[in-house]
Design a protein around this ligand. Structure first.
Ligand code: FMN
Length: 305
């Protein structure tokens, strides 16, 4: 890809400003490599915790209109086993590897982050925003005090860049963004899924085994975009925009709102990893047509209007 698209975020040099979001194709080195070969400038793994977790029983994912609702329940093999996959991924990947981390305490976040970094992760992304697992995720990410404690402990445990993934399920996302900045975060990912429920009218029961899930895909894009817009005005940290991005026009909207790079999740599952190349090509044509020399020139541009 051309220099038009190269950018940097949280000390990571990216050849393209598109990234694989956590949880989609993010389990194995080979699947991460598929996204990188499809044009992603960096990849984020599925969230990993201290201990193995099986996740929830089916149904865990429901297709809705322009959206997916999922409550997979953070299934993962635990960091001790996953370190092997991280080390192996580093031998395959030609793009930076971001390991997504969750925990039930600040100490757990720090331990997993340290092990991921020791195994070769180029950065960690703290999942403090999962909407469907109790005592982790958004229960931490909704509380500035807990969020601060988690980030401080992780920063003390690793030298690698720390990216904090925020939840849209809060009254004022800027409060959390400011807390993350003050605690030393290097970048933010804005946002995780939007809390949702789906009901089967024949059985008259919620469809997901966990009842509540997180919504992603095109339907959440305006919500995610509003979050990026607000966060960009509140803090100086670079932002990964995330939520409902399926094509280059969506990506450009996120850059204009203030994202330095974008993460794509649901569209990768529905449209294959080549979606990154399609977005990269479209963004390149847009930049050329408008006379820009770098994608960095359009970051946050709509705030000047
Ligand atoms: C099936 C599924 C699993 C996900 N798992 C994770 C996860 O483990 N950790 C995380 O931080 N986000 C997870 N997410 C959220 C995505 O990374 C992303 O924030 C969200 O889906 C919005 O982006 P999208 O509309 O492009 O999918 C998951 C999303 C889906 C659809």
């Amino acid at each position: 890809m051309s220099n038009l698209l190269s950018t940097n975020i949280a000390q990571l040099q990216l050849k393209t400003p598109t990234a694989l979001a956590s949880g989609i194709l993010g389990y194995t080195a080979e699947s991460l490599q598929l996204a990188a070969k499809g044009g992603a400038g960096t990849v984020v793994t599925k969230s990993v915790g201290v201990n193995p977790r099986p996740g929830y029983p089916n149904p865990t994912v429901v297709q809705a209109k322009n959206a997916l609702i999922n409550a997979v329940g953070l299934p993962n093999p635990g960091i001790n086993q996953y370190t092997e996959e991280i080390t192996y991924s580093k031998t395959l990947l030609k793009v930076p590897l971001i390991v997504s981390v969750f925990g039930y305490t600040a100490e757990e976040y720090a331990l997993v982050s340290q092990k991921a970094a020791d195994a070769g992760a180029d950065a960690v992304e703290l999942n403090v925003s999962c909407p469907h697992v109790k005592y982790t995720g958004s229960e931490i990410g909704q509380n500035p005090k807990l969020l601060t404690e988690v980030i401080c402990k992780v920063k003390a445990a690793t030298q690698k860049p720390v990216i904090v993934k925020l939840s849209p399920n809060v009254t004022d996302i800027t409060e959390l963004a400011k807390a993350a900045e003050k605690a030393g975060a290097d970048a933010l990912t804005v946002v995780n899924t939007v809390r949702a429920v789906v009901i089967d009218i024949e059985t008259q029961t919620p469809i997901l085994s966990n009842v509540r899930g997180g919504m992603s895909g095109p339907a959440v894009k305006p919500i995610a975009l509003r979050c990026v817009y607000d966060v960009f005005e509140a803090v100086k940290l670079p932002i990964f925009g995330c939520g409902g991005i399926t094509n280059w026009k969506d990506a450009v909207e996120f850059f204009l709102a203030g994202a330095s790079a974008v993460q794509v999740g649901t569209a990768v599952a529905s449209e294959e990893p080549s979606v990154f190349q399609a977005i990269n090509r479209g963004v390149t044509s847009y930049l050329k047509r408008k006379g820009y020399r770098s994608v960095k020139e359009i970051v946050g541009l709509c705030h000047q209007a």
